[in-house]
Design a protein around this ligand. Structure first.
Ligand code: IMP
Length: 473
């Protein structure tokens, strides 16, 4: 089924070409199940999240790659990651409960550890959105990477050298004199987690090289998205790692040129952003940004209740009809803010990690063209089914006061969108079984995207399930 996409490929990367949350999990899972021997993640930490369905039970993993559900596959947490040991151990508990063995798990000895004082610093006024910060996930990601670059980070391998940790903690106290750091308490807190993961801590850079040399198929699982990359994103509204193909490869000890095919995931024809930062095609503009900044105050339950969409709750999960007439009414409203809410409800765009409502807008082809220039032309379109039933949809094809994309957040904030409008499509496209049978106006919008951005659409995803995946012939 993967046919031409995986032909002769030995290393494949799955990354996101937007601001994250594009459905990488579905495709990591897809390639892990059908193709890869080794699944490796190289960037970020538990700011990411993907859902894995194991024996019909949905489990959200923030650190462990998608391949863990499949027997005999090696799963690697790479050198470029930052690891919260408590979160990692709770994911191991989940695997134990599901009776999933993880003897093939490897954790890079070079990965940095997220320490309690990183989380504290992240939740302080510097990054917290309520205090005018960028709206981080509050998981300690930025401070852990800051300490890595300042060469005072605690690495996984340090955990087994108490002297090394104690020395680094002394330096950290000098760096951050106002922060209360109790060395004994920290060491005692880390100990049980460090002991538990010790058998899996390895020189994964060497292991990855070995896997390559022995011809194993390696899947690189990206995190976040190119527009959130510290190198290529809308700085300072970015995460702290390079989540482009380049960073994803170097984060596991490879070079981007070792990657045979990089698949960039793209939500189409709408896209989302979480946290603050410019988003020229956002439906409802700054009003939507401020509304979503209220976080869980405007979570899924709030929006379903507000717009009278019936729902049920089972096992902590909310269920509702995503095509409910009230949702469709919002999507076809003349008011852009309401349209954005409608798309959020139709596509269930609420953070897997934080529960925050995601900001919604039309797919910005200017930004996509930029992303494709860095991550390469091959892309996968996702969530397209969410807008079925809309009278029309739009694609961003320019900005009113800037030519081309700009990483300069001030300038991007000042940009209004220029759109091209397309007629909507009816019917349940999740039922379509081959790419060429997609509605004609959807295919022509995809053709337009390819012409505009230089991308090559390889797959269109029309639903969350693996069989709702259409491969372009
Ligand atoms: P941090 O990664 O927690 O430092 O957050 C920095 C920015 O990246 C914030 O705007 C977050 O909302 C955003 N961010 C981090 N991880 C994700 C993700 O997995 N999906 C979408 N946005 C993310």
């Amino acid at each position: 089924m993967l046919g031409r996409i995986t032909d002769r490929a030995r290393t494949i990367a799955i990354v996101c070409n937007q601001w994250g949350d594009t459905g990488k999990g579905k495709f990591s899972d897809f390639f892990a199940a059908n193709w890869a021997d080794v699944i490796a993640r190289g960037t970020g930490g538990n700011n990411a999240g993907h859902t894995v369905v194991i024996d019909g039970i949905r489990r959200i993993f923030h650190l462990i790659p998608a391949g863990i559900a499949y027997d005999k596959k090696t799963n690697i947490l790479g050198n470029g990651m930052v690891i919260d040991l408590e979160v990692l151990c709770s994911e191991l508990d989940d695997l134990d409960k599901a009776k999933i063995p993880y003897y093939n798990l490897m954790i890079s000895e070079d990965a940095n550890v997220i320490m309690p004082y990183h989380i504290e610093r992240d939740r302080s006024k510097n990054t917290c959105m309520a205090n005018g910060g960028i709206g981080s996930t509050g998981r300690g990601i930025g401070p852990a990477y800051s300490d890595k670059v300042a060469r005072i980070g605690i690495l996984m391998r340090d955990l087994y050298e108490p002297r090394a940790v104690a020395d680094k903690l002394e330096k950290i106290k000098e760096y951050y004199p106002s922060q209360q750091i109790d060395t004994d308490m920290i060491m005692a807190g880390l100990r049980p987690f460090a002991d538990r993961v010790r058998p899996y801590v390895k020189d994964t850079i060497r292991e990855v090289q070995r896997f390559r040399q022995s011809g194993k198929r390696i899947l690189l699982e990206g995190a976040q998205g190119l527009l959130l990359s510290i190198e290529y994103g809308t700085y300072p509204y970015v995460t702290s790692s390079d989540c482009s193909l380049n960073g994803t490869a170097s984060g596991v000890g490879l070079s981007a040129k070792d990657v045979d095919i990089c698949l960039g995931i793209v939500k189409f024809p709408f896209m989302t952003r979480v946290g603050s930062g410019p988003f020229p095609t956002e439906l409802g503009g700054r009003v939507s940004e401020e509304y979503c900044a209220k976080g869980v105050e405007h979570d899924i339950r709030h929006e379903l209740e507000k717009f009278d969409v019936p729902f049920t709750e089972a096992g902590g999960r909310i269920k509702y009809d995503h095509c409910h007439a009230n949702i469709l009414g919002l999507m076809n409203s003349a008011d852009e803010f309401d349209q954005g809410v409608g798309i959020r409800l139709a596509a269930e765009e609420y953070g897997a990690t934080t529960g925050r409502p995601r900001r919604t807008g039309w797919t910005d082809l200017v930004a996509l063209k930029y992303a494709v220039g860095i991550n390469g032309p091959d892309i996968i379109l996702t969530k397209t089914d969410a807008v079925q039933g809309m009278d029309r949809f739009r694609l961003g094809i320019g900005y009113d006061n800037h030519s081309g994309f700009t990483r300069d957040s001030g300038k991007l904030y000042a940009c209004g969108p220029v759109y091209r409008e397309f007629a909507g499509f009816d019917g349940d496209i999740a039922q379509v079984s081959d790419y060429c049978s997609l509605p004609g106006n959807l295919l022509s919008a995809i053709g337009f995207l390819e012409g505009y951005t230089g991308a090559n659409v390889r797959i269109v995803s029309v639903g969350p399930d693996q069989n709702e995946t259409l491969i372009k012939p």
